[in-house]
Design a protein around this ligand. Structure first.
Ligand SMILES: N[C@@H](CCC(=O)N[C@@H](CS)C(=O)NCC(=O)O)C(=O)O
Length: 251
């Protein structure tokens, strides 16, 4: 696929087309089927990445969305067309009503608020709104930096300078928040749970986070849900397709 043809693809992205290895999947609509088509969300996507969690959230919300799938294994996310959308070349990225939104936590907050009828985001004047935002932002502000430092085997900084203090305190704080359950807001499930369940599942799999019962049970609750199962299955298929394309290119 040439750069020109990718450009053409992006220009006609709402035509439900499939061009080369960049695929546009228009998914069956569910709860929000009756919504105006202008409300459709485009999710720039690669399988088995942070974008998968956002797709699970879209499924949980019953949101109308289209995927623009990019094969990261051959660097499609680093083509100029996508860099014009998100200069970092990262997924998840969404486009909605002409605006581009990046960063998974910002996207999660945005989507939860966009579909209040799904009941997965406490509204602004709800007493649980602050707790909800706290744990969503904790993910990006504390958990991810801590886990990525561990992954990269960085020497821990002085806890006073570190944005997350130290790894063990960061994790213990999260564990305490999840301990009562079943969800982070108690009996009320929210978008934050989807994000955390998937993140814990991945990070325990890669042994970056220890397999503590609270984390395991929490992750299992999220990954047993139909939305997660559907996305994981589809991701497996897409990832295999992408790998096959990448293998063909390797001499
Ligand atoms: N800060 C971003 C991180 C997104 C991110 O790192 N995405 C990875 C996939 S999990 C990516 O797109 N990597 C591809 C690349 O940089 O080429 C967020 O919170 O959404």
């Amino acid at each position: 696929m040439t750069r020109g043809s990718i450009r053409k693809y992006f220009d006609q992205y709402d035509n439900n087309c499939q061009v080369g290895s960049v695929i546009m999947l228009v998914l069956p609509l569910s709860r929000s089927q009756t919504m105006n088509t202008d409300n459709r969300i485009t999710l720039f996507y690669s399988p088995q990445t942070r974008a998968s969690g956002i797709r699970v959230i879209l499924e949980e919300l019953g949101a109308p969305y289209d995927l623009t799938v990019m094969n990261m294994k051959i660097g499609e996310n680093r083509e100029s067309e996508f860099l014009a959308v998100n200069p970092l070349g990262k997924v998840p990225t969404i486009r909605h009503h002409g605006s581009v939104i990046t960063e998974q936590v910002a996207i999660a907050i945005y989507l939860g608020d966009l579909f209040p009828e799904a009941g997965l985001a406490p509204p602004v004047n709800d007493p649980q709104r602050g707790t909800y935002l706290r744990w969503l932002v904790y993910y990006a502000a504390c958990f991810e930096p801590a886990v990525m430092d561990k992954f990269a085997q960085h020497e821990p900084s002085d806890p006073i300078q570190s944005v997350y203090g130290d790894f063990d305190s960061m994790l213990r704080t999260l564990e305490t928040a999840l301990a009562d359950g079943p969800w982070i807001l108690g009996e009320r499930m929210s978008v934050a749970d989807v994000l955390w369940g998937i993140a814990l599942n991945w990070t325990m799999m890669f042994k970056l986070v220890p397999e503590r019962p609270v984390f395991r049970e929490f992750a299992d609750r999220v990954t047993a849900r139909p939305a997660f199962i559907k996305v994981a299955k589809e991701d497996e298929r897409l990832a295999a397709e992408h790998q096959a394309v990448a293998d063909q290119r390797t001499p």
